[in-house]
Design a protein around this ligand. Sequence first.
Ligand SMILES: NC(=O)c1ccc[n+]([C@@H]2O[C@H](COP(=O)([O-])OP(=O)(O)OC[C@H]3O[C@@H](n4cnc5c(N)ncnc54)[C@H](OP(=O)(O)O)[C@@H]3O)[C@@H](O)[C@H]2O)c1
Length: 290
Amino acid sequence: MKPSFAIVGCGRVGNALARYLTEAGYIPAGFASKSLTSAKRAAALTGSFNFTDKAWEATLKADIVFITTPDGTIKEVCDIIAAKKGFRPDSVVLHCSGALTSTILLSAKDCGASIGSMHPLQSFALIEYSHNPFSGIITSVEGDNKATNAAGLIAADLGSGCVTIKTEAKILYHASAVVASNYLATILNLSLNLMREAGVPEDDAFRGLKPLIDGTLSNIGKMGIPDALTGPVARGDIQTIENHLREIGSKTPHLLHLYKVLGLYTVEIAKKKGTLSDTAIEAIKNLFMI
Ligand SMILES: NC(=O)c1ccc[n+]([C@@H]2O[C@H](COP(=O)([O-])OP(=O)(O)OC[C@H]3O[C@@H](n4cnc5c(N)ncnc54)[C@H](OP(=O)(O)O)[C@@H]3O)[C@@H](O)[C@H]2O)c1
């Protein structure tokens, strides 16, 4: 039989865990949130009526406790449950923050529980899903042995792969995830701004750029980043780069700095690709120097 679980903080991640853990055979023990409405909604996803706004009531019967409140309140919520003796000594307490370590759950450890973090590398923007958002992703786990073992099994049952992260490496790990997810949006925004300046409506621009993005991702997956790099920097096309810089500087000067910083970084990738002469590398670098 699979373990029982409780969710404290029934938002986007809490709801996804509630639904897909239940589908994987885990037994819903209780749901708690700041608002009863949120707790009730998560419980309903699992067919359970065990919902409350008192976290320690939801956690007492659970083998696994997920604290999926916003990062800034996880420790406080954990401390309150511990003070109310809401953790079973044989339980595993997990949070899902990418940036924070398991050490913020020390009050649960003081109650005898095992503690860990289990971060699904996924963007949860919805409350309900038409498909399992954990399927095919990577979940990183960190914490004590019992907690990381339990989190690894949970990740597998949810359809995720699993990597173990050292506690001291979590901040860099999270910075990496921010670059891949959030800064991808930033770079796409830069691209769409340039398209708008070129007179292409945003919807058409995105429709046009998406296959380019998908193709690039696919190429990176197949050949790695240096070999997948195409375009004027990789070709050493100095005239085209000069034209870009002149036009961006004249039409959208506020975007020039970001374009140059990204270009400078791209030269380093082109160097690894090995298609540029030393002279071309220096010339392109000089163009991008801020
Ligand atoms: N969203 C993502 O893409 C994502 C991805 C990976 C990991 N995570 C991590 O997952 C965790 C949850 O993020 P989320 O995006 O699911 O947040 P969210 O949608 O904002 O949900 C957080 C939930 O916690 C409830 N809550 C807030 N304070 C509380 C308290 N003191 N006691 C009990 N419940 C409380 C909220 O209130 P109500 O009861 O009022 O609704 C809300 O339902 C975070 O650690 C985050 O870093 C998020």
